[in-house]
Design a protein around this ligand. Sequence first.
Ligand code: ADP
Ligand code: MG
Length: 377
Amino acid sequence: GYHQAVKENRHLYNMLQELRGNIRVFCRIRPMFNEEAKCTIDYIGSDGSLMVIDPAKPQNARKIFQFNKVFGPTATQDEVYRDTEDLIRSVMDGYNVCIFAYGQTGSGKTHTMCGPSNRSNKDMGINYMSLNDLFQISSTREDVKYEIRVQMVEVYNEQVRDLLVADASNTKLEIRSCSSDGGLSLPAASMHLVQSTADVLDLMKLGEKNRAFSSTAMNQRSSRSHSVLTVHVHGQDISDSTTSSCLHLVDLAGSERVDNYETTGDRLKDAHCINKSLSCLGDVITGLAQKNPHIPYRNSMLTQLLQNSLGGNAKILMFAHVSPEADSYGETISTLKFAQRASTVELGAAQLNKESSEIRELKEQMDSLKKALAIKE
Ligand code: ADP
Ligand code: MG
C-alpha cells in the first residue's frame, strides 16, 4: 500500500523529469543588507521569470530572464529544500545528481548549501537537509539495505585537496580513471561511512575547518575555490541486486570578474583559473542542455572530476545566486546570463504552455499520489 504508492510516485517523478530534460536552473535572491541601497530586482514571477532594473539608468528597458523557479529574498531554507528534495531523493533510485551553487562572493552560495554564517543549527542548508532526508528514506525501506559514504574535496588552482583528513595541507590528489558509480574519479580522497546526521555534522565541521585554515593563510582562498561534497549511495535489495549512485553538492568559487581586482602575481593566477573553470562548467552544462555530441569535460579539473555524474541521465540543478544591491548590478547581469545559458527554459515562454499532454497527465497522477501519501502521514 504505502510503500507501493511511494515507489510509484518516485517512478512518475523520474519519468516527468526525463521528459522535461534533466537540467534545472533556480535563481535565489538574498535579502538586502543595506536597507537604504537601491534594489535591482523589479519583479519576480511565480512562473520563474525575473525582471531586473539598472538603478543607475532607470530609463533603460528592464532585462527579463526565465528560469525554472525564482526564490525571492524572503524564501526560507525549507522552501528551497522542498523544491529540491524530489531531485535529491532520485539518488536513491540510482540516478546521479549534481547540485551547483553559482554566484558572486557574498550572494548566498554557502548559505544555500551549508546554512547561515553564524553557525547556528537552525536554517541548515541543502548539504545537511539532503543527508538527513537520505537517512530517513533508507530507514523506511525495509526491502533495501543502503550504505551512505561521503567525500569532500576542494578544487583550487586546478588542484584537488582532500578536506576530510586531519592534515589537509597541500597534498595534491590525482584524478585517475573514472569510478564506475559516477563518483569522483579520485581514489585517493578519503571516503567516510556515515550512519547518522551527527556523523555528517562532524565531517562537515572538519571540512569547513580545513577550508577555513587555508582561507586565512591564503587570503580569502575559500571564495576562489570550489568545494565538492560527494554522497555515495549504495543500495542492495533482498534479491541481491544493487544500485550505486552519487549526489554531488558543489559550492562554486565566486563568479566575480577579475578586472575589478588588482591582479598581480599569484592572485592573477587564481583569478584566471577560476574564470576558466566556471566558464568550462558553463560550456559543459550548455552542451548537455543542447544535447551536443561532444562535451568538453577535459577543459577543467572540476568538470573532469564530475564527468561521470554529469553525463548520461544525470540530473543537474544550478542555483544562480544574486545580491540585489545596486552596486552588484553588473555581476547580477553576468550571473543571470550565465545561468540562462545553462538553462533549457526558453525566454518568455511560461513553462506550463510548453508542457505536453503527457507531462500534464503525469503531473496529475503524481499530485493524486502525493495526496494519498499525505493522508497516510
Ligand atoms: P557566498 O558563499 O556566496 O560568498 P554567503 O552564503 O557567505 O555568500 O552569504 C553572505 C552573507 O549573507 C552571509 O552572512 C549569509 O549568512 C547571508 N545570507 C546569504 N543568503 C541569505 C539568505 N537567503 N537569507 C539570509 N541571509 C543570507
Ligand atoms: Mg561561500
